[in-house]
Design a protein around this ligand. Structure first.
Ligand code: SF4
Length: 394
């Protein structure tokens, strides 16, 4: 347990993030913690790098909506102060606290308070001896050995409330390190690609590493380490788990076609506008934005709700059935309004609400479909024209 959040075993995989404020500035830090929790963070880490930070934690912990982990580097005294402040978990970097007696002292104190510790091995700050032992480079074996050494110190004082991470900025390296670690320990694992960088590449790297491991059943908590507003991290973490079906959906799942020569609307803009309009609304439905009525309703028939563009108008469909025709500039507002209705009353009630307009909506969709096929034919991307051009020699 990290506070009241279970970690490991059959517990749901949890999302972590870290504040970027000065922990000593407890009001600013709490504000950020609330924003992170609203975006999907289950657990939040704050640095405890100075005595003032520990004092800040003493004010933050009782007012935080989620459990707090204190991040400790170099000075074991900060760990003792953070425990005194009432934090729900510590994170220690074995590469940075080198004196075994200091590690044992912290473990003894954590044991007395029943507070778990994450052993946070980081490829970039591996203990110099291990670095040397493995040929002056960071290897998965070296990272796993670093974690096991730390566990051994904890074992000496009977402490086993342990969670482990072996993060690296190289995705193949971290994947291999976690795989090896999962072979040799049953402790819960916290996943992350460290220093992943700014989005979108940072998000992509972190997703590649964490999703690979999660799909193999490895990992109990995750963190996106992005060079961005940490709210982005929490949101990405939540979305990854929802996408993999590892957490129940809280927000909208917006699907949209990639657009093509058949599109009758600017799908990119409408999809972005819809994302913005749904924002953080807690509507756990799948909503489709499709560029044409020829293929849209069929391809998105499994969505709870969708809209497909026709001749300057949008065809709204619920569970694949046409329910309404709206002007193009009302497509997004209509989607949001119907999504709220379905969320509250269910899809059957929405179909009943459409009532007699369903037949007219279906006829209008068929008309636009036939018109599109008539105008653009089967070759909406003009492939035949392009091929003829190629044959003519460009
Ligand atoms: S055929 Fe229609 S739904 Fe499919 S990608 Fe093209 S515009 Fe979108």
């Amino acid at each position: 347990m990290v506070g009241d959040v279970p970690v490991g075993g059959d517990a749901p995989i949890t999302v972590q993030s870290m504040t970027v404020t000065k922990t000593a500035d407890h009001d600013a830090t709490l504000q950020q913690i609330y924003a992170l929790a609203a975006a999907g963070a289950d657990i939040v880490r704050c640095t405890c790098n100075e005595p003032e930070a520990a004092e800040g934690l003493a004010r933050i912990v009782p007012r935080s909506p989620v459990p707090i982990v204190a991040d400790i580097h170099h000075q074991y005294r900060r760990a003792l102060e953070a425990l005194e402040a009432g934090v729900h978990c510590l994170r220690l970097n074995p590469g940075n606290i080198k004196n075994p007696e200091h590690i044992r002292t912290v473990a003894r104190e954590a044991l007395d308070r029943n507070v778990p510790i994450r052993i946070g091995v980081n490829g970039g700050s591996l203990h110099p001896d291990l670095y040397k032992k493995y040929g002056d480079k960071v290897t998965p074996e070296a990272m796993v050995e670093s974690a096991l050494q730390e566990i051994a110190y904890f074992d000496e004082v009977g402490f086993d409330l342990i969670k482990i991470s072996v993060k690296a900025s190289s995705v193949p390296l971290m994947i291999e390190a976690y795989r090896q670690l999962a072979e040799v320990t049953d402790h819960p694992l916290h996943l992350g690609v460290t220093e992943a960088g700014p989005p979108p590449i940072g998000t992509l790297k972190a997703t590649a590493g964490m999703a690979t491991l999660l799909a193999e059943g490895i990992g109990d908590t995750i963190r996106y380490s992005l060079t961005a507003d940490p709210v982005e991290e929490a949101r990405a973490g939540r979305q990854l788990l929802e996408t993999l079906g590892l957490r129940e959906r809280k927000n909208i799942d917006l699907i949209a076609c990639p657009s093509c020569g058949r599109a009758e609307v600017d799908v990119f803009t409408i999809a972005q506008d819809a994302m913005r309009a749904f924002g953080e609304r807690k509507i756990p439905l799948q909503v489709a934005v499709m560029g044409c009525v020829v293929n849209g309703p069929g391809e998105a028939r499994d969505a709870d709700l969708g809209i497909a563009a026709g001749n300057k108008r949008g065809h709204l469909f619920v569970k694949g059935q046409n329910v309404m025709v709206v002007a193009e500039d009302e497509m997004v507002d209509t989607l949001v309004e119907w999504a709220e209705f379905i969320h509250e009353h269910g899809a059957d009630a929405a179909l009943a609400r459409a009532g007699a307009t369903k037949d007219a909506a279906k006829r209008a969709a068929d008309e636009d479909r036939d018109r599109n096929l008539g105008e653009r034919g089967d070759d909406a991307n003009h492939a035949e024209e392009v091929i003829a051009q190629i044959r003519r020699g460009g």
